[in-house]
Design a protein around this ligand. Structure first.
Ligand SMILES: Nc1ncnc2c1ncn2[C@@H]1O[C@H](COP(=O)(O)OP(=O)(O)OP(=O)(O)O)[C@@H](O)[C@H]1O
Ligand SMILES: [Mg+2]
Length: 347
């Protein structure tokens, strides 16, 4: 089912936690809310679930207006960061509990709970109490419990953040598989860009309660609109460029004739792997004479810092892979920037 959020705003006293947020979550999609601490991710998720009320705006599931419906009437499955299992109930009972509360007869609830635990590969742990299970196992029980009632939307608030790195990576795959197999429309909050890039079909980048940009992982990586998005998803070089005579852009003292004229000063972004180094200047690109200032060898690639002669303070970072990964501090080089990979970024 498609979830549509229109013009949601929410204040906590004077803090504007959500500022006119509008968004479509397509049926069957995996959407991630991504952003730094305090940007409003949890608040948005809680407003969607009905645990929090917005000051203004609406939430529709297909044609149905949910805005004034109690959480229990929304039929959403919710999993939070901290393990929210009942400590005195076994894994199986934790899953059957919600079903029995909804009036399922115990036998049917038991069969469904076993099916769900099987889906998260925990059938053999069904008899255990939460305290006897690992963090990753507890989160899988929480997911089984949330999905058991066949919710129309699954809401996950940083479900992996309390787990260690290895378990996190395994569970990413697991959650993705479950989402794919069940086809359930899913929203997951995270502040981990790698998690969002790997799992989500649609990433919503939030900043100070506002949507900064929405798109697929590829969209956001290849066409970030702002410096914030460009730096939040991967890393990027920013070139502060001024508009000179006839609109020729200047980077420090060097005119960039390979670029189309611009009528205003701008910030241009380019990813570290989109810059190449050479001993002679390349034609038809921005080719900047520069000096290598740092080299970090990282096995299959190196991260090289260069200081352009035209703007020595604006150090650029270059990622060199494989055989190209040869540079030494002090080398005089040309840094070649293909204009197709230079993007104007808003601040
Ligand atoms: N119950 C509350 N009372 C007062 N202020 C709140 C409350 N909940 C959230 N806020 C404020 O609203 C803003 C957004 O908070 P929110 O919890 O949604 O951020 P978040 O993106 O989930 O952050 P984190 O990554 O740290 O979980 C913050 O400034 C926060 O301090
Ligand atoms: Mg949060």
């Amino acid at each position: 089912m498609t979830l549509e959020i229109r013009n949601l705003s929410k204040f906590f006293d004077s803090v504007r936690a959500l500022d006119d947020v509008s968004l479509k979550i397509p049926d069957g999609s995996f959407t991630s809310f991504l952003g730094p601490s305090g940007c409003g991710k949890t608040t948005l998720l809680r407003v969607i679930s009905g645990l929090e009320t917005a000051d203004s705006g609406t939430i529709h599931l297909d044609a149905v207006d949910l805005s004034n419906k109690h959480p229990s009437q929304r039929n959403f499955g919710v999993v939070f960061q901290s393990y929210s299992l009942f400590p005195n109930l076994t894994a199986l009972k934790n899953v059957t509990y919600g079903l029995e509360c909804r009036g399922w007869d115990p036998k049917r609830a038991n069969a469904r709970a076993k099916e769900m635990l099987d889906m998260v590969h925990l059938v053999d742990q069904a008899h255990k109490l939460p305290g006897q299970m690992s963090g990753g196992q507890q989160q899988r029980v929480a997911i089984a419990r949330a999905i058991a009632t066949e919710p129309s939307v699954l809401l996950l608030d940083e479900p992996l953040s309390a787990l260690d790195a290895k378990v996190r990576t395994e569970l990413r795959q697991e959650i993705k598989r479950i989402q794919h197999d069940t086809g359930i429309t899913t929203i997951m909050v995270t502040h981990d860009q790698a998690e969002a890039l790997e799992m989500a079909d649609q990433i919503v980048v939030l900043r100070d309660g506002r949507i900064e940009q929405v798109g697929s992982a590829q969209d956001l990586y290849n066409n970030p609109k702002t410096e914030f998005v460009a730096n939040f998803i991967g890393s990027i070089n920013t070139l502060r460029v001024t508009s000179g005579a006839d609109g020729v852009p200047f980077f420090g003292s060097q005119p960039l004739k390979a670029l189309t004229p611009m009528s205003h000063d701008a910030v241009l972004g380019i990813r570290p792997e989109a810059i190449t180094l050479s001993t002679e200047p390349f034609q038809n690109v921005v080719s900047l004479p520069a000096t290598v200032t740092t080299v970090r060898f990282l096995g299959n690639f190196s991260i090289v810092g260069i200081s352009p002669d035209c703007a020595p303070d604006q150090i650029l970072t270059v990622e060199l892979h494989g055989a190209a990964a040869t540079a030494a501090v002090g080398n005089k080089v040309f840094a070649n920037l293909n204009p197709d990979h230079l993007r104007e970024l808003q601040s």
